[in-house]
Design a binder for this molecule. Structure first.
Ligand code: DX5
Ligand code: ZN
Length: 218
């Protein structure tokens, strides 16, 4: 099943509650929350207090994407803030296996994200412990960049490896997803699509979500 996770990075931050509710009304199952520390990536966004404030106003699954140097150190803040799925980067300073186990010990789902330069095989040792793989289809740090089609062999290789292991795990693609790129991502094995600029800022969120889903399934 194809799922859409709208990235609030492209939302109106002065009215995040209404933005999140409008997306919920558009029928998406989850909300993508991009946390950036100005160190792991060259940009700052928001942290746990914003997520905690939004939590009571949204029934969506909170998909928290940590683009921070030491996710293990701050994990508890995001658990307490109401994250449901916590994704961290393989390229961060935290030991991946330990971080995955810490997330799951808190009863949360664990995701592992790979920057464009990281090969799919770097995720191999962790595949049996994960709930989600995230293939970055842009260099993390900013919304509104163009989709890197050359990441498709990575998505395909991960999907093939999961099939080989008999695992039906979610593969998320993050960055540059729009009706024009969604189909390629799905054809190569992704089933969760993060989309910021292709959804927020559009006049009608329901129509934008529908258009993206239709394009993905075409
Ligand atoms: C990039 C973020 C993405 C970003 C996607 O570092 O991880 O989630 O918000 O934005 P769009 O869909 O505009 O490329
Ligand atoms: Zn993201």
């Amino acid at each position: 099943m194809i799922k859409i996770s709208p990235s609030v990075l492209a939302a109106d931050f002065s009215d995040l509650r209404r933005e999140a509710q409008a997306m919920e009304n558009a029928g998406v199952p989850m909300l993508h929350l991009d946390v950036m520390d100005g160190h792991f990536v060259p940009n700052l966004s928001f942290g746990a207090p914003v997520i905690r404030s939004l939590r009571p106003y949204s029934g969506l699954l909170f998909d928290v994407h940590l683009m921070i140097s030491d996710p293990l150190r701050y994990l508890d803040d995001y658990v307490k803030a109401g994250a449901d799925l916590i994704t961290f980067h393989l390229e961060s300073d935290s030991e991946p296996g330990e971080t995955i186990r810490a997330i799951r010990a808190k009863g949360k789902k664990a995701g592992l994200a790979l920057k464009p330069a990281t090969p799919w095989s770097a995720a191999e040792p962790y595949l049996d412990e994960l709930d989600m793989l995230v293939v970055m289809t842009v260099e993390p740090g900013f919304g509104g960049q163009s989709f890197m089609e050359d990441m498709m062999p990575k998505v395909r290789a991960l999907r093939q490896e999961l099939i080989r292991r008999g695992k039906d795990m979610d593969i998320m693609v993050d960055g540059g997803i729009a009706p024009s790129t969604a189909k390629t991502a799905v054809q190569n094995g992704a089933n969760v699509l993060v989309a910021g600029s292709a959804l927020f800022g559009k006049p009608d969120y329901s129509a934008a979500v529908r258009e993206l889903l239709l394009a993905a399934q075409a």
